[in-house]
Design a protein around this ligand. Structure first.
Ligand code: XMP
Length: 515
């Protein structure tokens, strides 16, 4: 759907692994776009929508394969610019009368590519020769009539083709991937020079229209939000408070397992906003539930259940609400995989909430935004950096970063050590490049020596990972000098820790969290 008259690019998903990345790149060029599975696209819809441009994603299949994903040929005759990427490029060639074949040598990875500077995608400052990212086993062997070859590599005679008159462009490589040099410029050229987009998608304009839409939808109704202090729910709270002020109630259940000072920081961030902010200090309840429990799954389950109970009791005090707001964002919405008409994942931060609260409708004002856009919106709405740039934090909090039984003493040790680690990472300027970093209090004690005394204290583990999707992760290559300072400060400043280790495992086989 068009967003209030904004320029719109339709991304037709053929099941490529980079479908979300293409959309993120298009939005980086300030053009609004949506990813729609090919099975949900028909020519009538395209005509009605009349997007400024269409992009075909890659996909795992061969165009000659049985039931291979396809589109109506008419799509190429609507005068709407089309860019085919990888499988999308082969599909364009195939439908328009070219030939696709299987490569004798598959191309995979960084590949030297030669570009035709006359092609609008590769003109201007871009070099004639650069690296592109290839990942294919089929290739275009013959281009359709009216097309011109615009790029090639040693093994791929058609790394790019175009019919400029009909505004049809295709690239075998992946311009959306960082490894493709100038890939973003190529996408930008397609959007601006071929599609004629100006780039009218900014978070400033989004905030304005979203606030207007929310007001219209909510009217004088009451809105309830479970605020976790994470990026999505915080940005949502800020947006809703601007839109409907104190018709909004945010319930922030502080289970006591937040990082040092974090509960207060979250509260402070909303202190001056026009919103009913309820902080429930429920640490004692949670600690009582977890007394003597050391099994990770039991901890998680007990915390989840108690969370719902606390939330429910608080929500009941408000009475009937009209809307339950949820911080669903676009990656949760985009159907994954082959573009089959799969169910849209209904994501909520706290499982099962809607069943426990009496409300009429759900509102999800962030559902068309990517994470980086959500952060930009948060900045636009004046949220502090500490919330906007907050790293992911598990629902059960530090309870699953304390191995074994949780005690007040262990909680304080971990909060203090984690604080030092975070401070040093920020000082080293690594806080935005490392996906997630935190301390874990192991249940292991070992012998050490401090001054003239023998110690027998806890081992603290530091965990830091780089990742794009948190499904897989690598351990962050933190400079030894930074680790050295962290270790020295932690053993000196935090009581009961006499040993610090750094976790150098990838995911898989390990997970990011320890429990
Ligand atoms: P793992 O440990 O499975 O974590 O590699 C992947 C990502 O998910 C986060 N995580 C959670 N997030 N509730 C959440 O909202 C949870 O219960 C939870 N457990 C893990 C974890 O921090 C990492 O970013």
């Amino acid at each position: 759907m068009r967003q209030n008259g904004h320029e719109y690019v339709l991304i037709i998903d053929f099941g490529g692994q980079y479908n979300q990345l293409i959309a993120r790149r298009v939005r980086e060029c300030n053009v609004y776009c949506e990813v729609v599975p090919y099975k949900k696209v028909d020519i009538k819809m395209v005509k009605e929508l009349h997007p400024e441009g269409i992009i075909f994603t890659g996909g795992p299949q061969s165009v000659y394969g049985e039931g291979a994903p396809s589109v109506d040929k008419e799509i190429f005759g609507l005068g709407i610019p089309v860019l085919g990427i990888c499988y999308g490029s082969q599909l364009m060639a195939h439908i328009l009368g070219g030939k696709v074949q299987t490569c004798t040598t598959s191309e995979y990875g960084k590949t030297e590519t030669l570009y035709d500077k006359e092609c609008l995608l590769f003109g201007g400052e871009l070099p004639e020769k650069a690296i592109s990212w290839m990942s294919h086993t089929d290739f275009i062997a013959e281009i359709p009539e009216g097309f011109k070859i615009t790029a090639h590599t040693a093994n791929c005679p058609v790394a790019g083709m175009a019919n400029a008159e009909k505004k049809l462009y295709a690239v075998q490589f992946h311009p959306e991937v960082n490894h493709t040099e100038h890939g973003l410029d190529m996408l930008d050229s397609f959007l601006k020079k071929v599609c004629g987009c100006k780039g009218d998608w900014t978070m400033e304009s989004y905030a304005e229209t979203a606030i207007r839409d929310i007001r219209e939808r909510v009217g004088s109704g009451k809105v309830l939000l479970a605020l976790s202090g994470g990026v999505d729910s915080s940005v949502l709270a800020a947006l809703l408070s601007k839109a409907v002020g104190n018709q909004l109630t945010c319930i922030f259940v502080d289970h006591g397992f937040m990082r040092k000072n974090e509960g207060d920081e979250v509260e402070a961030a909303f202190a001056d906003r026009d919103v009913n902010f309820v902080r429930v200090n429920a640490k004692d309840r949670f600690m009582a539930k977890l007394n003597g429990v050391s099994d990770p799954e039991t901890k998680r389950k007990l915390i989840g259940e108690e969370f719902i109970r606390v939330f429910e009791a608080e929500a009941k005090k408000i009475g009937k609400v009209d809307f339950l707001a949820q911080g669903t964002i676009y990656p949760d919405v985009i159907e994954s995989g082959s573009g089959d008409a799969a169910v849209i994942k209904s994501h909520h931060n706290v499982g099962g909430l809607p069943d426990y609260v009496d409300f009429k409708e759900i509102i999800e004002p962030l559902r068309m935004l990517f994470k980086d856009e959500t952060r930009r919106l948060g900045q636009e709405l004046g949220l502090p950096d500490m919330l906007v740039w907050r790293q992911p934090f598990p629902g059960p909090g530090l309870a699953i970063r304390i191995m074994g039984e949780i005690t007040d003493e262990k909680l304080t040790i971990l909060q203090d050590a984690d604080w030092i680690f975070r401070e040093e990472i920020a000082k080293a300027g690594l806080d935005r490049s490392i996906g997630q970093y935190f301390a874990v209090l192991t249940n292991n004690r070992s012998v050490g020596v401090m001054g003239d005394f023998r110690t027998y204290d806890y081992t603290l583990a530091l965990r830091a990972v780089t990742t794009t999707d948190f499904m897989t992760a690598d351990f962050a290559r933190i400079p030894y000098e930074v680790l050295e300072v962290c270790s020295a400060r932690i053993v000196n400043e935090v009581k009961n820790i006499n040993r610090v280790v750094y976790d150098v495992t990838t995911k898989p086989p390990a997970t990011i969290e320890w429990e």
